[in-house]
Ligand binder design. Structure first.
Ligand SMILES: [Zn+2]
Length: 395
């Protein structure tokens, strides 16, 4: 009896130890502002704790990236007004433990001064960065210098376990589009694409997990950023049998609605598909990832022979998926299977599709995508297509 009480107490202590870390409040960024001064543009963050930061520069397009300890971001994601050399900025979780701010610049700049002021007169920590326009070569030097300091950045977001595969098991990767600092499209109601893709991805995982033949893996299971390359590599390392990328983008016309399924192709099926691929391929740029270090993403989409074989399977799945989505009640148009150069579909040995569940630029679609029942129906329709696909390709 006494023994039991002791082990009980120990497990409580253990739980406190395990979860204690997440219980500790994160430092808060309470406000952010941009200021235009004579000859310089100022970026200021007010924080409840001293920032531990790392700044680096990225070209094409010109950006300054500020990585710091994971913070809770109070200012929200309001629309930013262009100020001096700063066009825009974004905030989001980049990695567990690392928050990121990306400043988009309209020209090459140099940092004149960065200062942390300690709390005083009721004000918290203030972190100032003053920037000023400079020439391309000075900026390039800063890029090269800061690349050297980015060792920590190369740590992959997704820890890849060795494939747990046995002969009968099928590895399915569910890829919730966007995440963390990359919100994806933004709906009329202010909902982010990254929230909806994750919600549907989770429901799809739940549904598919009921089948013991399937081993389900997710490229992300929380609101964090994962680069396109990491998503592709994750699928390859796990010898995935199928890769399903989930999106809900927006386009210029609010009357267009419905689901579309995309597969990879060097040449897009139409201009809209090309534009959509282009938007989704920008994810890494938005998140402040150094594209020069990722040669395979800098070069366009070149498809090799092995990939063509794989693509037949992708197309097969895409064609089975469309009628299932239609049966769920979601509109699917005449051109519901299209193709374009989506980088996330590039694993040469993994049949991959990208599902645009609907358009956040359309009110009705947004409504469906935001609703529990809409998400559930869409997830179930994808799961049904998965069953049919594996049944159809069975040797
Ligand atoms: Zn998207």
């Amino acid at each position: 009896m006494r023994y039991r009480r002791v082990t009980g107490l120990l497990s409580v202590l253990l739980l406190c130890f395990l979860f204690g870390e997440t219980a500790i409040a994160k430092p808060e960024v309470t406000s952010v502002r941009l200021g235009l001064h004579k000859d310089k543009t100022r970026f200021v963050m007010e924080m409840s704790e001293k920032p531990e930061y790392n700044i680096f520069f990225l070209p094409n397009p010109y950006r300054i990236v500020i990585d710091m300890q994971e913070v809770s971001w109070k200012p929200g994601n309001k629309k930013v007004r262009k100020t001096g050399v700063i066009e825009n900025y974004r905030y989001g979780l980049f990695r567990q433990g690392t928050s990121r701010v990306v400043l988009d610049l309209n020209r090459p700049v140099k940092v004149l001064r960065k200062v942390i002021l300690p709390p005083s007169e009721g004000k918290p920590y203030r972190f100032f960065i003053d920037v000023q326009k400079t020439d391309k070569s000075t900026f390039q030097t800063a890029v090269t210098e800061s690349r050297k300091r980015q060792v920590a950045m190369t740590v992959p977001a997704i820890k890849t376990a060795p494939p747990p595969k046995n002969e009968k098991q099928l590895n399915i990767i569910i890829d919730a589009g966007h995440g963390g600092i990359d919100p994806g499209a933004i709906g009329k109601s202010g909902v982010y694409e990254k929230q909806l893709t994750l919600a549907v991805a989770r429901k799809l995982k739940q549904k598919l997990s009921l089948n013991k033949r399937y081993h389900i893996l997710m490229t992300r299971s929380n609101d964090t950023f994962v680069s396109l390359r990491e998503r592709v590599n994750f699928a390859r390392k796990n010898e995935a049998d199928l890769f399903i990328s989930i999106h809900a983008d927006s386009i210029g016309r609010s009357d267009i609605r419905g689901s579309t399924v995309y597969t990879l192709s060097e040449n897009a099926s139409d201009d809209e598909a090309a534009a959509l691929a282009n938007t989704n391929n920008k994810s890494d740029v938005i998140a402040g990832v150094d594209l020069e270090e990722q040669d395979d993403t800098v070069q366009g989409i070149l498809i090799d022979l092995a990939q063509r074989e794989t693509m037949n399977f992708s197309v097969k799945f895409a064609k089975m998926l469309i009628p299932e989505i239609a049966r769920s009640g979601m509109k699917v148009g005449g051109h519901s299977h299209r193709f374009a150069g989506f980088r996330v579909l590039k694993a040469p040995d993994v049949p991959s599709v990208l599902v645009e569940l609907g358009y956040l630029s359309n009110k009705k679609d947004e409504q469906i995508l935001k609703s529990e029942i809409g998400q559930r129906k869409l997830a179930n329709s994808i799961a049904l297509a998965v069953d049919k696909y594996f049944e159809a390709i069975k040797p």
